[in-house]
Design a protein around this ligand. Structure first.
Ligand code: SF4
Length: 205
């Protein structure tokens, strides 16, 4: 237990880096807000336990066209759905770690999530429960590699040395390695609007 985190510093730093920042007490409140903001759009989701826990897909798909490989429609391959998500007007992802100094980190295996966050959308939303917040870049990088990635490998049942306990990274050379790319946003990319959603709950890994 880390206790309730104060969002004042991270919000200030993220705003200075060009992001819009919205803070919520609960995942349900954050999901309701996003549902009120995103209407009649094509929307892409990155792979995410956080978004699953928020129930966001079920809200948005009632009045948007949402593509998510965790909700596969009949007759399409997961690759097709990832490509659709990549081409959507709005893209939504969670993060593996976010530093109070403003750096946002994700590790990806397929690459669709990090590629989609970087470029090509009208607006990108990045969602983080307070368990994802660390004090600086080094701590955030450590979290992404040694907390988020092993727990995700365990969840996916990956044939990797971290998956048994999900407690640390062994920097493996396994064919099933899920850590293929490291993605750091140092500031808001120039071409699109970005909004960071911070939530006072522990969400995802
Ligand atoms: S590099 Fe390998 S051991 Fe480390 S977290 Fe990723 S899959 Fe697990």
């Amino acid at each position: 237990m880390t206790g309730r985190k104060n969002f004042d510093l991270i919000k200030k730093n993220l705003c200075e880096l060009g992001y819009k920042v919205s803070c919520f007490e609960t995942a349900a409140e954050a999901a309701q807000y996003m549902d009120s903001q995103i209407d009649k759009k094509t929307v892409g989701f990155g792979g995410s336990v956080t978004l699953e826990q928020m129930g966001l897909y079920e809200l948005l798909e009632k009045h948007n066209q949402v593509s998510w490989h965790q909700r596969m429609p009949e007759g399409k391959s997961s690759q097709e759905v990832r490509m659709e998500a990549n081409a959507a007007s709005v893209y939504i992802s969670s993060v593996n770690a976010i530093a109070e100094t403003g750096e946002i980190i994700n590790i990806d295996g397929m690459g669709n999530r990090v590629a989609s966050i970087f470029y090509g959308h009208e607006k990108v939303y990045l969602v983080a429960g307070e368990n994802k917040i660390e004090k600086d870049y080094d701590a955030a990088l450590y979290r992404a590699r040694n907390v988020a990635a092993p727990l995700n490998a365990k969840r996916l049942g990956s044939a990797t040395p971290c998956a048994a306990e999900g407690k640390q990274c062994f920097d493996c050379k396994s064919p099933g390695r899920i850590c293929r790319g490291l993605f750091v946003l140092w500031g808001k990319p120039m071409a699109s609007d970005y909004e960071i959603i911070l939530i006072h709950e522990n969400l995802g890994y």
